[in-house]
Design a protein around this ligand. Structure first.
Ligand SMILES: Cc1ncc(COP(=O)(O)O)c(C=O)c1O
Length: 347
């Protein structure tokens, strides 16, 4: 661990590179395009690794993430989100589409019309709800929306879904099946309206290994580059596949516990109902972060000798995308410092 003030995020570039290569190989072997979600890392150096390994482009969630990655030289970006494009956002999107290939998610007639008014001819992907019940139309309604988009002059590329309900134990295969069925039905719905879905895009990190390459043409996992305590507890990745940790200092032994200087402002506060704590300690797999404040993590210790006050420990955040967005820099075990360029790029 480096001589750097804690808490900070530390990346093992060898594990990171192995994760990037493994997913690229997985997609290539199945004839799928890989468009990783860059909201996980928000970092140009990691985007370049993914593109060099064969990613077709990147997925982003916001116009400002797209601006950050376009400025870093990425030329193909999918905003997988049902944007509301008002004049100000429209001007920014037009500036982007002048420079790089951009596709935008739509899931409503209102959204499609607003986009077409601001960015005539924009490439769009119709979002389908495959069971997460967040955004997206029902698969059978995809064709109506696609036809409406075509009438407003938009260029419909295809359909996409995010199977976020894969974030539960033992459910990945079932959810991948639901996503495949939903996307297949959406492709059929577009065909009934005379529109060909050239791209069929889906996937999350937990469901990636179960992807149906008979239906999907593209996959968009994001978390796989680092993995995190959620993936560890879901069984998607073992501790050896985790490339990012937060380095924290033991500041107290109050009440026999171990208290760290990394709380929700360094690790994030996400905790799924099935998670065993607020993060995991890879060097102490039975210890649990049972309580978190903004600047404290309280660890129920596992019975092994407690680390001394003043010593440093490695913590795996529950949800790495949140943790990364809380830090300005990622430092690597071989001494590089990468700026989290798209940190806070939420608009
Ligand atoms: C639209 C979309 N695509 C892809 C992903 C990446 O999935 P994961 O975070 O499981 O890697 C996300 C994650 O939230 C998403 O919202």
């Amino acid at each position: 661990m480096l001589d750097r003030p804690t808490p900070y995020l530390l990346v093992d570039p060898d594990v990171l590179s192995a994760n990037v290569q493994a997913m690229a190989r997985f997609a290539r072997d199945r004839g799928l395009l890989l468009r990783p979600h860059a909201k996980t890392h928000k970092t140009p150096e990691i985007a370049r690794l993914q593109l060099a390994a064969g990613a077709t482009g990147l997925t982003v969630a916001t116009v400002s993430e797209a601006e950050a990655f376009a400025a870093a030289g990425v030329t193909d970006l999918f905003l997988a989100y049902p944007l509301w494009v008002d004049p100000a956002r429209g001007a920014r999107l037009r500036a982007l589409t002048d420079r790089v290939a951009v596709q935008v998610g739509i899931d409503s007639v209102e959204g499609a019309r607003a986009l077409a008014a601001q960015v005539p001819g924009c490439s769009v992907m119709v979002e389908v709800d495959s069971g997460q019940h967040r955004s997206g139309v029902q698969p059978s309604e995809a064709g109506v929306l696609a036809e409406c988009a075509v009438r407003t002059g938009l260029d419909v590329h295809g359909v996409f879904s995010f199977p976020g309900h894969s974030y539960a134990p033992g459910i990945a295969a079932e959810v991948a099946g639901q996503e495949s069925a939903a996307l297949r039905a959406a492709v059929g719905s577009l065909a009934e309206h005379g529109i060909e879905a050239r791209v069929v895009s889906g996937g999350s990190t937990p469901s990636a290994s179960e992807v149906d390459s008979d239906v999907l043409t593209e996959m968009r996992p994001g978390v796989y580059v680092f993995n995190d305590a959620q993936q560890w507890e879901l069984g998607t990745a073992g501790p050896e596949g985790i490339s990012l940790v937060c380095v924290a200092t033991v500041v107290s032994h109050s009440g026999g516990k171990v208290v760290l200087d990394a709380g929700s402002k360094a690790l994030g506060a996400d905790r799924q109902v099935w998670a065993t704590g607020y993060g995991r300690l890879p060097d102490h797999p039975d210890a649990r972060i049972t309580l978190q404040g903004e600047h404290h993590a309280v660890v129920a210790w596992d019975g092994s000798p407690r680390p001394e006050i003043g010593s440093r420990v490695r913590v795996v955040p529950n949800h790495v995308c949140i943790a990364v967005n809380l830090h300005d820099e990622l430092v690597t075990t071989d001494g590089q410092v990468w700026t989290v360029t798209a940190r806070g790029a939420n608009t």
